[in-house]
Write a protein that binds this ligand. Structure first.
Ligand code: IFM
Length: 766
């Protein structure tokens, strides 16, 4: 199926790009990313250089090279492979006809280039993947075929001249070789982390006429002069292995061992093992859509990117807001992690959701430090959270593109909702898994410290006898320094209630653990009295009686009422930042992203007429300047039965990266790369939106409403260790128990059913 002039898919798993356009290389690089949660290797050509945005971003390599922004290091490119014929270095973008193709089923990228040379045609085909079996290993197969006798020079090696957003991370690089395998060792600039890269090959075909090593400052290559006969084919298998001292004691030894292993196994055998891992992943995570191939592909594209962005191998690493597709957003977690990325894992592979939350537990020290620095108690989680959980978000994030002056944003100190968002995710993890042991060991301490922070941050207004939250930034980031952002206040109240529930339940059921936690964090009885009072008296903006509207924050309705289009026309420079302190949106009701609608996505507490009134009000005032926004509107549009609009928002969300519709630079800062929150949200729009899946007090529920052209939707859900397969068509919902340990209560359009017993099937007309 043709998606547009240059892109197509055959089966909803692959994305083919014919006629590649150099100006889009930055987009292809991110979209066609080979990754496995440990590393991300951009979808560039193997002969690509720094200016083509080649990158291999590796988890847990944080470094602050320029004294400004800490980010993940981009490691030397050990897959570098180039062909030279005569004096001409061949470049697949400039000199040949190249097509790219990516298979999201196993994360394999393919490239085909035909070069018209003086003597005839030279064909290059290559494929590569980031092994999901050996996470530190990248594997490529590079095939050269000629229709005429030819002598060429093959350059294989390590290119250490890499693309960086913020400073040079590899301070000391040394290169070595052990016979034909090349090594690079480096130490990162500030964090002094040792990293190592190995680069090797297996060659089959052609006659080797000569070999020599080429050394430059940050590069080491092996040049092979190769003679090929007409019709002959030569296959070069390329392997790159990487490690840092954060994942093993001796990175160099490790890359040596793993490259030996990989070279010995060879491409096909490594691919077979890698495929098996993907098969297991997709058997739990795939969502099938019958009826529209573009939707199918776009959905899988997003599921794939959510999976490879997530360091599932560790419980101590965050999911970056751009995953491992580049260095933007510092390879760090935002609230995106719990609210956007996590739900898909929670209901497909809950052990990964557990890891994600344990990461927050392990970073409590950083969150406590941030709270203390700002004069609060408890855990104020970082807006941008790396390995330690200390705040990485710079005070000056954007620049005024007109004056060139830095803008002092307050994402880091006023956007407090990240803390209750984590409490919300912990609670939902518990409801979806029944893993009370997690609460005992990790969740309780997390939620108590969050409650403690919220209580320290809240402001008791005597005249109104209520607790308020002042000087905030809600999800809508254009309006800073606002009071009582409805989203934040409701989230805070939810967190306080859960903290109290856990406190009393622990006290009653597990007194030893209760005492241990209480002593560990020095929790005092008077604090619980405060929490109790707060939970009852947090100001929760209510829908107005007549209009049913909820004010996004105090004073919002008094701002100028206008639309994003009008504001667009007021811009002096199209790259201007719209928000605080004097962007075009600040004094208006135009919002960057879903805010009240975001609240509706997390809490089913408002009647339909309130949802409807607020959707109608806020929707035309939302710019969707964040990739987080369209998915949330899609979910609520589904709830309102407005499937046409929901479908449009679904498309907007799932196609953000494929069609590159979001700005790569905002207010002078590079924010390109894969939008991992939108990737995670794709699962939510389909499962929570179109299938209407929800957690209930004692079970789960569905209220399906499929887009017109979808004949069938099918996916799996894990609920409290019971594995269910759900198939929905335009009239019927079918639930099959794959693995079941207890009876599951299922509500469909307000009627209750039960399922128990393996292979039992429930068929419900809806
Ligand atoms: O967390 C988001 C925020 O809501 C909008 N700006 C980008 C951040 C990272 O995705």
């Amino acid at each position: 199926m043709k998606l547009n002039e240059t892109m197509s898919t055959e089966n909803g798993w692959n994305l083919n790009i014919e006629k590649i356009d150099q100006s889009k290389m930055i987009t292809y690089g991110s979209n066609l990313l080979c990754g496995n949660g440990y590393l991300g290797y951009r979808g560039t050509l193997l002969e690509g250089r720094k200016e083509d945005y080649v990158a291999c971003i590796v988890t847990d390599t944080y470094d602050r090279a320029d004294g400004k922004w800490r980010e993940l290091a981009n490691l030397p490119n050990g897959l570098f492979t180039e062909v030279k014929v005569g004096q001409k270095v061949l470049n697949g973008i400039k000199d040949g006809a190249t097509t790219l193709s990516f298979n999201f089923e196993n994360g394999v990228m393919q490239r085909k280039t035909d070069y018209k040379l003086q003597g005839g045609i030279l064909k290059i085909t290559s494929s590569r993947f980031a092994s999901f079996k050996q996470l530190n290993t990248l594997v490529a197969s590079y095939q050269i075929k000629t229709d005429h006798n030819l002598t060429l020079k093959l350059r294989l090696g390590i290119d250490g001249e890499v693309w960086n957003l913020n400073g040079e991370h590899l301070a000391k690089t040394t290169f070595n070789n052990e016979s034909d395998t090349l090594y690079c060792q480096a130490i990162t600039t500030e964090s002094k982390l040792e990293i190592a890269v190995a680069s090797g090959y297996n060659l089959d075909g052609g006659i080797i006429r000569d070999k020599s090593f080429i050394r430059k400052d940050k590069e080491l290559y092996l040049d092979i002069t190769l003679q090929l006969e007409a019709g002959e084919k030569c296959i070069v298998e390329r392997i790159m292995t990487v490690n840092s001292a954060n994942d093993c004691e001796k990175p160099l030894k490790n890359v040596q061992k793993s490259i030996e292993f990989a070279l010995d196994k060879g491409y096909q055998s490594l691919l077979a093992a890698h495929n098996l891992v993907w098969q297991r992943i997709w058997s739990k995570s795939d969502i099938k859509i019958k009826g529209n191939l573009e939707d199918q592909l776009a959905l899988r594209f997003n599921l794939y990117h959510n999976i490879i962005a997530t360091p599932a191998h560790s419980e101590r690493l965050p999911i970056g807001a751009r995953g491992l597709s580049c260095q933007a957003y510092q390879g760090s977690a935002f609230w995106d992690q719990e609210i956007f990325n996590l739900p898909m894992f929670l209901y497909t592979r809950p052990e990964i959701a557990r890891n994600i939350l344990k990461y927050r537990y392990h970073t409590l020290a950083g969150a406590r430090k941030k709270a203390t620095n700002l004069g609060y108690r408890g855990a104020f989680f970082a807006w941008i959270s790396g390995k330690t959980g200390e705040e990485l978000c710079p005070a000056y994030f954007f620049r005024d593109v007109i004056s060139g002056r830095k803008i002092h944003n307050h994402f880091n100190d006023w956007q407090i909702h990240v803390s209750p968002d984590i409490a919300y995710a912990v609670w939902n993890y518990y409801l979806a898994t029944d893993d009370w042991e997690f609460i005992l060991n990790f969740g309780a301490e997390l939620i108590f410290e969050i409650a403690r922070f919220l209580s320290a941050h809240s402001y008791y207004k005597k005249d109104k006898d209520r607790f308020e939250f002042i000087r905030l930034l809600g999800p809508d980031e254009y309006h800073e320094n606002v009071d009582n952002n409805a989203f934040t206040n409701y989230q805070a109240q939810f967190a306080m209630e859960k903290a109290l529930y856990i406190y009393y339940r622990l006290k009653e059921d597990a007194p030893d653990i209760f005492k241990k936690i209480k002593d560990k964090i020095n929790l005092k009885v008077f604090e619980i009295t405060n929490w109790q009072e707060m939970a009852e008296k947090i100001y929760l903006p209510e829908p107005a009686e007549d209009s049913k509207l909820i004010e996004q924050f105090t004073g919002y309705f008094s701002l100028e009422d206008t639309t994003p289009n009008v504001l667009e026309s007021r811009l002096i420079d199209k790259n201007e930042y719209w928000g605080w302190p004097n962007g075009v949106a600040v004094e208006t009701q135009v919002i960057k992203q879903a805010d009240l609608i975001q609240l509706f996505c997390l809490h089913d507490i408002f009647p339909k007429e309130v949802l409807e009134a607020n959707y109608d009000y806020y929707e035309p005032r939302t710019q969707h300047g964040s990739s987080l926004s369209p998915s949330q509107y899609a979910i609520i549009a589904c709830k309102l039965g407005n499937i046409k609009e929901a479908y449009q928002y679904f498309k907007k969300s799932v196609l953000i990266d494929i069609y590159n519709t979001n700005k790569a630079v905002s207010g002078g800062t590079f924010i390109g790369g894969i939008h991992t929150a939108a990737a995670g949200a794709a699962w939510q729009v389909v499962v929570k939106g179109f299938a209407g899946f929800r957690l209930r007090k004692n079970g789960i529920s569905f209220s399906p409403n499929l887009p017109e052209m979808w004949q069938e939707l099918s996916f799996n859900i894990v609920y409290q260790n019971n594995h269910l397969n759900i198939i929905i068509n335009q009239e019927e919902l079918k639930i099959r128990a794959i693995e079941i340990y207890n009876k599951v209560e299922i509500e469909v359009n307000k009627r209750c059913y039960q399922i128990s017993g393996v292979d039992k099937v429930l068929k419900i007309k809806y």
